[in-house]
Ligand binder design. Sequence first.
Ligand SMILES: O=C(O)CCC(=O)C(=O)O
Ligand SMILES: [Fe+2]
Length: 462
Amino acid sequence: MDSEDSELYSNEDEDEDGCAGMFDDYSDDGGCQASDGSDIGDASDFKREKRKDTYEKEGPLADLGKALSIVQGNRGEFSFGGKADFLPPAPGLEIEGIGRVVLPLIDEQVAERIIDVCEQAPFGRGRETLVDTSVRNSWQLDPSKIKLTNPDWATGIQRAIPIIAKKLGVEGTPLTLHPYKFLLYKKGGHFTKHRDTEKEDRMFATMVIQLPSVHQGGQLQVFKDGSEDPVIHDFGAAAGTAEYRCNYAVHYADAEHAVTPITDGYRLALIYSICWPVRSSHPAPTTADELYPALLKPLAELANADRAFHYYLKHEYTYHSMSDIAFGSLKGEDRARVQSLRTANEYLPPDQRYNFYLLQGKRHASYFSEDYTTWNVKEWALVEEPKYKYGPLLDLEGKQLRKSYPTLADADVLNPDHQSRYQRWSGHRTKTYEGSLGNEGAHQGLDISQVSASRLASKVDG
Ligand SMILES: O=C(O)CCC(=O)C(=O)O
Ligand SMILES: [Fe+2]
Protein backbone atom coordinates (compact mmCIF):
# COMPACT_ATOMS: atom_id res chain seq x y z
CA MET A 1 0.00 0.00 0.00
CA ASP A 2 1.55 3.25 -0.98
CA SER A 3 -0.23 5.94 0.86
CA GLU A 4 -0.15 9.39 -0.64
CA ASP A 5 1.78 11.13 2.02
CA SER A 6 2.76 14.17 0.10
CA GLU A 7 0.24 16.80 1.03
CA LEU A 8 -1.55 17.78 4.15
CA TYR A 9 -4.93 19.06 3.01
CA SER A 10 -4.31 18.51 -0.59
CA ASN A 11 -7.09 20.02 -2.62
CA GLU A 12 -7.89 23.35 -1.04
CA ASP A 13 -6.42 26.20 0.85
CA GLU A 14 -6.98 26.42 4.55
CA ASP A 15 -10.17 28.29 5.10
CA GLU A 16 -10.01 31.55 6.87
CA ASP A 17 -12.74 31.10 9.34
CA GLY A 18 -10.72 29.48 12.02
CA CYS A 19 -12.01 26.00 11.42
CA ALA A 20 -8.67 24.66 10.37
CA GLY A 21 -8.67 22.08 13.17
CA MET A 22 -10.47 19.18 11.62
CA PHE A 23 -12.55 17.93 14.47
CA ASP A 24 -12.89 20.85 16.76
CA ASP A 25 -16.33 22.23 16.25
CA TYR A 26 -18.67 19.75 17.81
CA SER A 27 -20.98 21.24 20.35
CA ASP A 28 -20.36 19.84 23.74
CA ASP A 29 -21.80 21.97 26.49
CA GLY A 30 -25.32 21.98 25.20
CA GLY A 31 -24.89 18.42 24.11
CA CYS A 32 -27.09 19.04 21.11
CA GLN A 33 -26.90 20.75 17.76
CA ALA A 34 -30.00 22.70 16.88
CA SER A 35 -31.15 22.53 13.33
CA ASP A 36 -33.23 25.62 12.97
CA GLY A 37 -35.73 24.11 10.60
CA SER A 38 -34.79 26.28 7.63
CA ASP A 39 -33.42 24.82 4.45
CA ILE A 40 -30.62 27.27 4.14
CA GLY A 41 -28.57 26.66 1.08
CA ASP A 42 -30.18 23.32 0.40
CA ALA A 43 -32.24 23.94 -2.69
CA SER A 44 -29.76 25.87 -4.78
CA ASP A 45 -26.81 23.85 -3.59
CA PHE A 46 -28.59 20.61 -4.26
CA LYS A 47 -29.33 21.60 -7.85
CA ARG A 48 -25.79 22.66 -8.51
CA GLU A 49 -24.30 19.53 -7.00
CA LYS A 50 -26.65 17.34 -8.95
CA ARG A 51 -25.58 18.87 -12.23
CA LYS A 52 -21.95 18.31 -11.39
CA ASP A 53 -22.26 14.83 -10.01
CA THR A 54 -19.78 12.57 -11.68
CA TYR A 55 -20.03 9.19 -10.02
CA GLU A 56 -19.91 6.17 -12.31
CA LYS A 57 -23.23 4.75 -13.46
CA GLU A 58 -21.79 1.65 -15.12
CA GLY A 59 -18.71 -0.53 -14.95
CA PRO A 60 -17.28 -2.55 -12.05
CA LEU A 61 -17.59 0.23 -9.49
CA ALA A 62 -21.29 0.64 -10.30
CA ASP A 63 -21.73 -3.17 -10.21
CA LEU A 64 -20.07 -3.33 -6.83
CA GLY A 65 -22.41 -0.60 -5.61
CA LYS A 66 -25.40 -2.51 -6.90
CA ALA A 67 -24.34 -5.69 -5.12
CA LEU A 68 -23.70 -3.75 -1.96
CA SER A 69 -27.02 -1.91 -2.10
CA ILE A 70 -28.87 -4.99 -0.93
CA VAL A 71 -26.62 -5.43 2.09
CA GLN A 72 -28.67 -4.12 4.94
CA GLY A 73 -27.14 -6.38 7.50
CA ASN A 74 -28.61 -6.82 10.87
CA ARG A 75 -29.45 -3.15 10.93
CA GLY A 76 -31.36 -3.18 14.13
CA GLU A 77 -34.12 -0.74 14.75
CA PHE A 78 -33.46 2.87 14.00
CA SER A 79 -35.48 4.09 16.96
CA PHE A 80 -37.57 2.12 19.39
CA GLY A 81 -39.08 2.28 22.82
CA GLY A 82 -42.18 1.66 24.89
CA LYS A 83 -42.86 0.44 28.39
CA ALA A 84 -39.70 0.31 30.47
CA ASP A 85 -40.57 -3.05 32.04
CA PHE A 86 -37.01 -3.36 33.23
CA LEU A 87 -37.42 -0.34 35.54
CA PRO A 88 -39.44 -0.03 38.75
CA PRO A 89 -42.54 2.21 38.55
CA ALA A 90 -41.45 4.03 41.72
CA PRO A 91 -37.83 5.10 41.15
CA GLY A 92 -37.54 6.95 44.48
CA LEU A 93 -36.59 10.31 43.01
CA GLU A 94 -34.65 12.62 45.32
CA ILE A 95 -33.43 16.01 44.21
CA GLU A 96 -30.62 17.87 45.95
CA GLY A 97 -32.04 20.83 47.82
CA ILE A 98 -35.60 19.53 47.52
CA GLY A 99 -35.63 16.01 48.94
CA ARG A 100 -38.01 13.24 47.92
CA VAL A 101 -40.29 14.03 44.97
CA VAL A 102 -43.52 12.11 44.66
CA LEU A 103 -44.22 10.90 41.12
CA PRO A 104 -46.10 11.74 39.06
CA LEU A 105 -45.39 15.38 39.70
CA ILE A 106 -48.64 17.35 39.72
CA ASP A 107 -48.19 19.93 42.45
CA GLU A 108 -47.37 23.31 40.97
CA GLN A 109 -45.51 24.51 44.05
CA VAL A 110 -43.25 21.46 44.10
CA ALA A 111 -42.66 21.88 40.37
CA GLU A 112 -41.66 25.52 40.85
CA ARG A 113 -39.30 24.57 43.69
CA ILE A 114 -37.63 22.04 41.40
CA ILE A 115 -37.39 24.64 38.65
CA ASP A 116 -35.71 26.97 41.12
CA VAL A 117 -32.82 24.54 41.57
CA CYS A 118 -32.61 23.73 37.82
CA GLU A 119 -31.05 25.69 35.01
CA GLN A 120 -32.74 26.56 31.74
CA ALA A 121 -31.50 23.89 29.33
CA PRO A 122 -29.14 25.25 26.65
CA PHE A 123 -28.38 23.84 23.21
CA GLY A 124 -25.35 23.94 20.96
CA ARG A 125 -25.01 25.83 17.73
CA GLY A 126 -21.61 25.59 16.17
CA ARG A 127 -19.19 26.14 18.99
CA GLU A 128 -21.63 28.15 21.01
CA THR A 129 -23.91 27.06 23.79
CA LEU A 130 -27.08 29.09 23.71
CA VAL A 131 -30.27 29.49 25.68
CA ASP A 132 -33.21 30.36 23.48
CA THR A 133 -36.60 29.17 24.61
CA SER A 134 -37.96 29.29 21.06
CA VAL A 135 -35.51 26.47 20.23
CA ARG A 136 -35.46 24.61 23.52
CA ASN A 137 -37.62 25.21 26.54
CA SER A 138 -36.98 22.83 29.41
CA TRP A 139 -35.26 22.79 32.76
CA GLN A 140 -32.29 20.62 33.50
CA LEU A 141 -30.21 19.27 36.33
CA ASP A 142 -26.90 17.48 36.30
CA PRO A 143 -27.41 13.82 37.29
CA SER A 144 -25.12 14.33 40.28
CA LYS A 145 -27.95 16.42 41.77
CA ILE A 146 -30.50 13.63 41.71
CA LYS A 147 -30.79 10.20 43.29
CA LEU A 148 -32.94 7.26 42.38
CA THR A 149 -33.11 5.53 45.70
CA ASN A 150 -35.00 2.41 44.69
CA PRO A 151 -32.26 -0.28 44.46
CA ASP A 152 -34.18 -1.83 41.58
CA TRP A 153 -33.35 1.23 39.50
CA ALA A 154 -29.66 0.43 39.04
CA THR A 155 -30.33 -3.24 38.37
CA GLY A 156 -33.11 -2.25 35.96
CA ILE A 157 -30.70 -0.06 33.98
CA GLN A 158 -28.30 -3.02 33.78
CA ARG A 159 -31.15 -5.24 32.60
CA ALA A 160 -31.94 -2.73 29.86
CA ILE A 161 -28.51 -3.12 28.24
CA PRO A 162 -28.98 -6.50 26.50
CA ILE A 163 -32.47 -5.46 25.42
CA ILE A 164 -31.17 -2.28 23.83
CA ALA A 165 -28.15 -4.01 22.27
CA LYS A 166 -30.39 -6.59 20.63
CA LYS A 167 -32.77 -4.01 19.24
CA LEU A 168 -29.88 -1.93 17.91
CA GLY A 169 -28.69 -5.03 16.05
CA VAL A 170 -25.55 -5.56 18.16
CA GLU A 171 -26.70 -8.36 20.41
CA GLY A 172 -24.14 -9.41 22.98
CA THR A 173 -22.26 -6.12 22.96
CA PRO A 174 -21.62 -4.85 26.49
CA LEU A 175 -22.89 -1.33 25.91
CA THR A 176 -22.70 1.12 28.76
CA LEU A 177 -25.35 3.61 29.85
CA HIS A 178 -24.32 6.94 31.37
CA PRO A 179 -26.78 9.32 33.01
CA TYR A 180 -26.53 12.65 31.20
CA LYS A 181 -29.33 14.96 32.33
CA PHE A 182 -32.51 15.18 34.32
CA LEU A 183 -35.10 17.22 32.41
CA LEU A 184 -38.32 18.86 33.47
CA TYR A 185 -40.81 20.28 30.98
CA LYS A 186 -43.82 22.33 31.94
CA LYS A 187 -46.57 23.79 29.77
CA GLY A 188 -44.95 25.39 26.72
CA GLY A 189 -41.84 23.24 27.06
CA HIS A 190 -40.43 21.74 23.85
CA PHE A 191 -37.24 21.12 21.89
CA THR A 192 -37.06 21.78 18.14
CA LYS A 193 -35.36 19.39 15.70
CA HIS A 194 -31.74 18.69 16.54
CA ARG A 195 -29.12 15.99 16.70
CA ASP A 196 -27.36 14.98 19.88
CA THR A 197 -23.62 15.40 19.92
CA GLU A 198 -21.09 13.24 21.63
CA LYS A 199 -21.26 13.82 25.35
CA GLU A 200 -18.91 11.00 26.22
CA ASP A 201 -16.32 9.17 24.18
CA ARG A 202 -17.88 6.36 22.18
CA MET A 203 -21.42 7.61 22.70
CA PHE A 204 -23.50 6.65 19.70
CA ALA A 205 -27.11 6.59 20.86
CA THR A 206 -29.40 8.22 23.38
CA MET A 207 -31.95 6.74 25.74
CA VAL A 208 -34.78 8.89 27.07
CA ILE A 209 -36.53 7.54 30.15
CA GLN A 210 -39.73 9.34 30.94
CA LEU A 211 -40.54 9.06 34.64
CA PRO A 212 -44.20 8.57 35.55
CA SER A 213 -45.70 11.88 34.35
CA VAL A 214 -49.11 13.47 33.88
CA HIS A 215 -48.99 15.78 30.90
CA GLN A 216 -50.40 16.46 27.46
CA GLY A 217 -48.20 16.75 24.36
CA GLY A 218 -44.47 16.25 24.73
CA GLN A 219 -44.01 13.47 22.22
CA LEU A 220 -40.54 12.61 21.00
CA GLN A 221 -40.33 12.59 17.20
CA VAL A 222 -37.35 10.87 15.58
CA PHE A 223 -36.68 11.49 11.88
CA LYS A 224 -34.93 9.00 9.67
CA ASP A 225 -32.51 10.21 6.98
CA GLY A 226 -34.10 13.60 6.51
CA SER A 227 -37.60 12.11 6.26
CA GLU A 228 -40.51 14.34 7.25
CA ASP A 229 -42.36 11.38 8.65
CA PRO A 230 -41.03 10.71 12.15
CA VAL A 231 -41.17 7.72 14.44
CA ILE A 232 -43.28 9.00 17.33
CA HIS A 233 -42.74 8.06 20.96
CA ASP A 234 -45.66 9.00 23.18
CA PHE A 235 -44.27 7.34 26.33
CA GLY A 236 -47.47 5.55 27.23
CA ALA A 237 -49.86 8.47 26.56
CA ALA A 238 -52.18 6.61 24.18
CA ALA A 239 -52.06 3.46 26.33
CA GLY A 240 -52.88 5.53 29.41
CA THR A 241 -49.83 4.22 31.29
CA ALA A 242 -47.62 7.33 31.26
CA GLU A 243 -48.58 8.20 34.78
CA TYR A 244 -48.05 4.75 36.27
CA ARG A 245 -44.70 3.59 34.94
CA CYS A 246 -41.48 4.60 33.26
CA ASN A 247 -41.49 4.57 29.48
CA TYR A 248 -38.43 4.86 27.29
CA ALA A 249 -37.18 5.64 23.80
CA VAL A 250 -33.84 4.97 22.14
CA HIS A 251 -32.47 6.59 19.01
CA TYR A 252 -29.12 6.90 17.29
CA ALA A 253 -27.60 10.17 18.46
CA ASP A 254 -27.16 11.31 14.86
CA ALA A 255 -30.87 10.98 14.06
CA GLU A 256 -32.71 14.27 14.07
CA HIS A 257 -35.33 14.46 16.78
CA ALA A 258 -37.67 16.92 18.45
CA VAL A 259 -39.92 17.14 21.49
CA THR A 260 -43.38 18.54 20.64
CA PRO A 261 -44.81 21.22 22.96
CA ILE A 262 -46.14 20.20 26.34
CA THR A 263 -49.67 21.63 26.48
CA ASP A 264 -50.48 20.73 30.06
CA GLY A 265 -48.90 19.20 33.15
CA TYR A 266 -45.27 18.27 33.81
CA ARG A 267 -43.01 15.87 31.99
CA LEU A 268 -39.95 14.47 33.76
CA ALA A 269 -37.26 12.64 31.85
CA LEU A 270 -33.82 11.20 32.38
CA ILE A 271 -31.44 11.19 29.44
CA TYR A 272 -28.77 8.50 29.21
CA SER A 273 -25.88 8.33 26.75
CA ILE A 274 -25.46 4.88 25.21
CA CYS A 275 -21.80 4.07 24.57
CA TRP A 276 -19.77 1.37 22.84
CA PRO A 277 -17.46 -0.61 25.06
CA VAL A 278 -13.81 0.36 24.90
CA ARG A 279 -11.88 -1.83 22.42
CA SER A 280 -14.89 -3.88 21.54
CA SER A 281 -14.23 -6.99 19.52
CA HIS A 282 -17.76 -8.37 19.33
CA PRO A 283 -18.71 -10.41 16.28
CA ALA A 284 -19.82 -8.61 13.16
CA PRO A 285 -23.28 -9.37 11.79
CA THR A 286 -23.33 -11.96 9.06
CA THR A 287 -24.61 -11.38 5.56
CA ALA A 288 -26.00 -14.00 3.22
CA ASP A 289 -23.34 -16.20 1.64
CA GLU A 290 -24.90 -16.02 -1.81
CA LEU A 291 -24.05 -12.34 -1.86
CA TYR A 292 -20.32 -12.86 -2.28
CA PRO A 293 -20.16 -13.89 -5.93
CA ALA A 294 -22.03 -10.68 -6.84
CA LEU A 295 -19.57 -8.62 -4.81
CA LEU A 296 -16.51 -10.58 -5.74
CA LYS A 297 -16.67 -10.23 -9.51
CA PRO A 298 -16.65 -6.41 -9.63
CA LEU A 299 -14.25 -6.24 -6.68
CA ALA A 300 -11.80 -8.49 -8.54
CA GLU A 301 -12.14 -6.37 -11.68
CA LEU A 302 -11.39 -3.23 -9.72
CA ALA A 303 -8.42 -4.86 -8.02
CA ASN A 304 -7.15 -5.98 -11.40
CA ALA A 305 -7.35 -2.45 -12.68
CA ASP A 306 -5.46 -1.31 -9.56
CA ARG A 307 -8.33 0.96 -8.77
CA ALA A 308 -8.91 2.63 -5.40
CA PHE A 309 -12.40 3.62 -4.35
CA HIS A 310 -14.18 5.12 -1.40
CA TYR A 311 -17.54 4.85 0.25
CA TYR A 312 -19.42 7.46 2.28
CA LEU A 313 -20.59 6.01 5.57
CA LYS A 314 -24.24 6.71 6.23
CA HIS A 315 -24.16 7.27 9.96
CA GLU A 316 -22.40 10.00 11.85
CA TYR A 317 -19.20 9.23 13.73
CA THR A 318 -17.08 11.35 15.97
CA TYR A 319 -13.34 11.45 15.69
CA HIS A 320 -13.08 9.75 19.08
CA SER A 321 -15.26 6.80 18.24
CA MET A 322 -13.36 6.37 14.98
CA SER A 323 -9.88 6.43 16.35
CA ASP A 324 -10.69 4.53 19.51
CA ILE A 325 -12.45 1.56 18.07
CA ALA A 326 -12.58 2.09 14.32
CA PHE A 327 -14.37 -0.81 12.66
CA GLY A 328 -15.89 -1.70 16.02
CA SER A 329 -17.67 1.65 16.09
CA LEU A 330 -19.46 1.27 12.76
CA LYS A 331 -23.22 1.22 12.99
CA GLY A 332 -25.96 -0.79 11.32
CA GLU A 333 -25.79 -0.69 7.55
CA ASP A 334 -22.27 0.77 7.49
CA ARG A 335 -20.99 -2.09 9.54
CA ALA A 336 -22.73 -4.68 7.37
CA ARG A 337 -21.45 -3.16 4.14
CA VAL A 338 -17.87 -2.76 5.27
CA GLN A 339 -17.89 -6.27 6.66
CA SER A 340 -19.25 -7.62 3.34
CA LEU A 341 -16.47 -5.88 1.45
CA ARG A 342 -13.89 -7.27 3.84
CA THR A 343 -15.24 -10.76 3.52
CA ALA A 344 -15.38 -10.59 -0.29
CA ASN A 345 -11.83 -9.20 -0.23
CA GLU A 346 -10.65 -12.35 1.54
CA TYR A 347 -11.55 -14.32 -1.58
CA LEU A 348 -9.20 -12.29 -3.77
CA PRO A 349 -5.68 -13.60 -4.40
CA PRO A 350 -3.43 -12.26 -1.60
CA ASP A 351 -1.45 -9.97 -3.89
CA GLN A 352 -4.62 -8.31 -5.15
CA ARG A 353 -6.35 -7.72 -1.88
CA TYR A 354 -7.45 -4.33 -0.73
CA ASN A 355 -6.59 -2.58 2.48
CA PHE A 356 -9.45 -0.68 4.01
CA TYR A 357 -9.16 2.60 5.81
CA LEU A 358 -11.37 5.10 7.51
CA LEU A 359 -11.04 8.83 7.28
CA GLN A 360 -13.03 11.83 8.22
CA GLY A 361 -13.80 14.76 5.94
CA LYS A 362 -15.17 18.20 6.24
CA ARG A 363 -16.98 20.37 3.74
CA HIS A 364 -17.22 24.07 4.11
CA ALA A 365 -19.59 26.23 2.11
CA SER A 366 -20.50 29.89 2.35
CA TYR A 367 -23.83 31.27 1.29
CA PHE A 368 -25.11 34.73 0.83
CA SER A 369 -28.51 36.31 0.80
CA GLU A 370 -29.68 39.84 0.22
CA ASP A 371 -33.05 39.43 1.82
CA TYR A 372 -31.83 38.11 5.15
CA THR A 373 -34.33 39.09 7.80
CA THR A 374 -35.02 35.89 9.67
CA TRP A 375 -33.63 32.40 9.70
CA ASN A 376 -36.26 31.37 7.22
CA VAL A 377 -34.78 33.01 4.15
CA LYS A 378 -35.42 30.83 1.13
CA GLU A 379 -32.94 32.19 -1.42
CA TRP A 380 -29.33 31.56 -0.58
CA ALA A 381 -26.59 31.67 -3.17
CA LEU A 382 -23.28 29.89 -2.87
CA VAL A 383 -20.52 32.45 -2.56
CA GLU A 384 -17.77 30.17 -3.80
CA GLU A 385 -17.10 26.53 -4.46
CA PRO A 386 -17.39 24.41 -1.31
CA LYS A 387 -14.04 23.48 0.21
CA TYR A 388 -13.22 19.95 1.25
CA LYS A 389 -10.69 18.79 3.79
CA TYR A 390 -9.76 15.28 4.76
CA GLY A 391 -8.21 13.95 7.90
CA PRO A 392 -5.56 11.25 8.08
CA LEU A 393 -6.15 7.64 7.09
CA LEU A 394 -6.93 5.30 9.94
CA ASP A 395 -6.77 1.56 9.58
CA LEU A 396 -9.77 -0.45 10.71
CA GLU A 397 -8.17 -0.85 14.11
CA GLY A 398 -8.13 2.93 14.40
CA LYS A 399 -4.39 3.31 13.97
CA GLN A 400 -3.39 6.44 12.14
CA LEU A 401 -1.14 6.12 9.11
CA ARG A 402 1.53 8.69 9.36
CA LYS A 403 1.13 11.66 7.03
CA SER A 404 -1.44 10.05 4.82
CA TYR A 405 -3.98 12.72 3.97
CA PRO A 406 -5.59 11.62 0.74
CA THR A 407 -7.88 13.46 -1.64
CA LEU A 408 -11.04 11.70 -2.72
CA ALA A 409 -12.21 12.09 -6.30
CA ASP A 410 -15.92 11.82 -7.07
CA ALA A 411 -15.10 9.49 -9.93
CA ASP A 412 -13.97 6.88 -7.41
CA VAL A 413 -17.00 6.91 -5.18
CA LEU A 414 -18.71 3.61 -4.46
CA ASN A 415 -22.29 4.79 -4.36
CA PRO A 416 -24.75 1.95 -3.67
CA ASP A 417 -27.62 4.29 -2.85
CA HIS A 418 -27.10 6.60 -5.85
CA GLN A 419 -26.74 9.62 -3.64
CA SER A 420 -25.86 12.96 -5.13
CA ARG A 421 -22.71 14.56 -3.85
CA TYR A 422 -24.79 16.91 -1.74
CA GLN A 423 -26.67 14.01 -0.20
CA ARG A 424 -23.45 12.20 0.54
CA TRP A 425 -22.31 15.23 2.49
CA SER A 426 -25.58 16.07 4.12
CA GLY A 427 -24.68 14.64 7.49
CA HIS A 428 -23.80 16.61 10.52
CA ARG A 429 -24.01 20.35 9.97
CA THR A 430 -22.85 23.34 11.84
CA LYS A 431 -24.29 26.61 10.69
CA THR A 432 -22.80 29.97 11.51
CA TYR A 433 -24.45 33.21 10.69
CA GLU A 434 -22.62 36.37 9.90
CA GLY A 435 -24.16 39.70 9.13
CA SER A 436 -23.64 43.38 9.45
CA LEU A 437 -25.20 44.29 12.74
CA GLY A 438 -27.63 47.14 13.27
CA ASN A 439 -27.61 48.15 9.66
CA GLU A 440 -31.09 47.57 8.39
CA GLY A 441 -31.33 46.26 4.87
CA ALA A 442 -27.65 45.43 4.76
CA HIS A 443 -26.49 42.36 2.96
CA GLN A 444 -26.10 39.34 5.14
CA GLY A 445 -23.88 36.36 4.83
CA LEU A 446 -24.08 32.81 6.04
CA ASP A 447 -21.53 30.12 6.57
CA ILE A 448 -22.29 26.48 6.69
CA SER A 449 -19.62 24.10 7.76
CA GLN A 450 -20.48 20.48 7.49
CA VAL A 451 -18.65 17.89 9.38
CA SER A 452 -19.08 15.02 7.05
CA ALA A 453 -19.65 11.43 7.74
CA SER A 454 -16.41 9.55 7.89
CA ARG A 455 -15.19 7.74 4.87
CA LEU A 456 -14.09 4.32 4.05
CA ALA A 457 -11.31 4.49 1.54
CA SER A 458 -9.46 1.57 0.15
CA LYS A 459 -6.40 1.16 -1.95
CA VAL A 460 -4.90 -1.75 -3.72
CA ASP A 461 -2.10 -3.28 -1.77
CA GLY A 462 1.28 -3.49 -3.40
O1 LIG B 1 -36.95 15.13 26.40
C1 LIG B 1 -36.71 14.30 25.52
O2 LIG B 1 -37.45 13.35 25.27
C2 LIG B 1 -35.49 14.45 24.66
C3 LIG B 1 -34.63 15.62 24.99
C4 LIG B 1 -33.52 15.77 24.01
O3 LIG B 1 -33.66 15.53 22.84
C5 LIG B 1 -32.18 16.16 24.47
O4 LIG B 1 -32.02 16.43 25.67
O5 LIG B 1 -31.25 16.20 23.65
FE1 LIG C 1 -31.74 15.39 21.91
